[in-house]
Design a binder for this molecule. Structure first.
Ligand code: ADP
Length: 226
C-alpha cells in the first residue's frame, strides 16, 4: 500500500536509499553495491546528502552564527533537499536510472525530530518527495560506530556531534548522546517505513552479500541495462 503522506509517481527508475548513524558503514556498502551494479552494465547514479550550491552559503552562515531555530534549520535543509530532488533525482528516475541515495529524507526526519521538531510536521514538509523503493537501515551498536570513526581518524564535526544542542561541552560525549537519540529515531521509523534492517555490526563482505541478494530480489535488474 503506498503511503498517502508522500508523492507517488510511475517513473521507470528505482530509488534505493541507505540510512543509519554515522560510522554504521552505509557509504561503504552503497559504493560496493554501485560497483556491482555497474559491472552488470546497469544505469546507476549515486547521490550523496550534501548541500547544494543553492543554499550552501545560507546554511553555513546560519550554522556558524547559531541563528537557526529547529524550524528554520529544518526548512533550510528541506529547501536544499528539494533542489537536489527536483534537479537531479527526479530527472534520473524519469530517465530510468537506478538511483542510489546515501541518506534520504529519513536522515532529516531523525535529525529534525531530535532537534525538537514534531515528527508529523517534518514528514509533511517532505511530502513532495517519493518514498524509496528500497531503504536499507544499517543498524549498529553505538560503540561499534564510534570505534569505526575513531579508527578512520576522522575528526568529529560540530553538527554531527550535535554540539548545537548543548548536550555536553565534551564533543565525544555530545556525539554519543546525539547519535544515540538518532538511533532511537531510526528504530522508531523502521516499522513505519518498512526499512530493510541490516545487522551492520558484521563484516563488510557478509553485509554486502545480503544487500545484493535483497536488491536482486526486489528489483528486476535486467530492465536497467544501459
Ligand atoms: P557511514 O557512511 O555510515 O558514516 P562509512 O561507510 O564511511 O560509514 O564507514 C566508516 C568507517 O568504518 C570507514 O573507515 C569504513 O572503512 C569502516 N567500515 C565500514 N564498514 C565496516 C565494517 N563492517 N567493519 C569494519 N569497519 C567498517
Amino acid at each position: 500500500m503506498p503511503d498517502p503522506r508522500f508523492a507517488k509517481f510511475d517513473y521507470p527508475g528505482r530509488l534505493i536509499a541507505v540510512e543509519g548513524i554515522d560510522g554504521s558503514g552505509k557509504s561503504t556498502q552503497l559504493r560496493l553495491l554501485k560497483r556491482w551494479l555497474e559491472q552488470q552494465r546497469l544505469k546507476v547514479y549515486l547521490s550523496e546528502w550534501n548541500s547544494s550550491e543553492l543554499v550552501k552559503s545560507a546554511t553555513r552562515r546560519g550554522k556558524h552564527t547559531n541563528l537557526l531555530t529547529p524550524t528554520t534549520f529544518s526548512l533550510i535543509h528541506a529547501t536544499d533537499f528539494a533542489d537536489r530532488y527536483d534537479r537531479h533525482l527526479v530527472p534520473l528516475l524519469r530517465a530510468g536510472y537506478l538511483v542510489l541515495c546515501d541518506r534520504y529524507i529519513f536522515t532529516a526526519f531523525a535529525r529534525d525530530v531530535v532537534r525538537g521538531c514534531p515528527p508529523e510536521w517534518v514528514r509533511s514538509i517532505y511530502s513532495f518527495a517519493t518514498l524509496p523503493d528500497l531503504t536499507f537501515f544499517f543498524r549498529t551498536n553505538l560503540e561499534v560506530s564510534l570505534q569505526r570513526i575513531r579508527d578512520s581518524r576522522r575528526e568529529l564535526k560540530y553538527f554531527e556531534a550535535g554540539m548545537d544542542l548543548k548536550l555536553s561541552s565534551d564533543i565525544e560525549e555530545s556525539y554519543r548522546i546525539f547519535q544515540s537519540r538518532l538511533l532511537e529515531q531510526y528504530l522508531a521509523m523502521s516499522g513505519e517505513f518498512g526499512f530493510h534492517e541490516i545487522d551492520a555490526n558484521r563484516s563488510i563482505e557478509v553485509q554486502q552479500h545480503e544487500v545484493r541478494r535483497i536488491v536482486a530480489a526486489h528489483i528486476p535488474l535486467e530492465n536497467y541495462v544501459a
